[in-house]
Design a protein around this ligand. Structure first.
Ligand code: GTP
Ligand code: MG
Length: 196
């Protein structure tokens, strides 16, 4: 896909902040620090776009980026970050769950794991939840540049079996390895083909 424009729209802290124009949405989910914002930036070929959202106070919000005036990338708050105060952590569940369960313009959830590590209990819970709720999803394993090809093969195969999925796309925001595969998946979801 050719990116002609990409801009930060807004941070939503509750559903009243979600756009009302019914444009399709691609959501990015994963634990804190897994590389969500880096994935968004590297897919778009921009450097600092998704960072605008990581200023303090915004990190627990849902960040909207408008792409080509045609669809949204939605950067969801990361889960599992121990330093987040309990009160904020309690908001995470309801805000994200409400978004995932009720957002009708959501066409694809990109669930992100770290290629170096076994999926966490929360990664597993999320994928199970996506399956149970019949949401279209795709798995992306970031930081693939930190592993050798052999290591990557092993960890991806382990992760596929732990998560019970057929495909995990290895990705590196550093080298942009995997960028075409991720875009193909996004394109397919935007053209109404929910197969991933
Ligand atoms: P939160 O917004 O805090 O939830 O984090 P995030 O998931 O958006 O992660 P972010 O993109 O900020 O990346 C976290 C750290 O991992 C940064 O230091 C990135 O430079 C690094 N990182 C992300 N993706 C990659 C990658 O593919 N390869 C390497 N080597 N480092 C990466
Ligand atoms: Mg981020």
């Amino acid at each position: 896909m050719k990116i002609t424009s990409a801009r930060f729209l807004r941070s939503a802290v509750d559903p009243s902040g979600f756009p009302e124009d019914d444009l399709p949405e691609i959501a990015f989910l994963g634990r804190s620090n897994v590389g969500k914002s880096s994935l968004i930036n590297s897919l778009l070929g921009t450097k600092g776009l998704a960072r605008t959202s990581s200023t303090p106070g915004r990190t627990q919000a849902i960040n909207y980026f408008l792409i080509n005036d045609r669809f949204y990338f939605v950067d969801l708050p990361g889960y599992g970050y121990a330093k987040v105060p309990e009160a904020i952590r309690k908001q995470w569940g309801p805000l994200v769950e409400n978004y995932l369960a009720n957002r009708r313009s959501l066409v694809l959830c990109i669930s992100i794991v770290d290629s170096r590590h076994k999926p966490t209990a929360q990664d597993k819970q999320l994928v199970t939840w996506l399956k149970d709720n019949d949401l279209a999803y795709a798995l992306v394993a970031t930081k693939a540049d930190k592993l050798s090809n052999n290591q990557l093969k092993t960890t991806l195969s382990e992760s596929r079996s732990v998560l019970g999925v057929d495909e995990i796309i290895p990705y590196s925001s550093l080298t942009r390895a995997g960028v075409e595969r991720v875009w193909r998946t996004i394109d397919a979801s935007l053209t109404g083909n929910k197969q991933v």
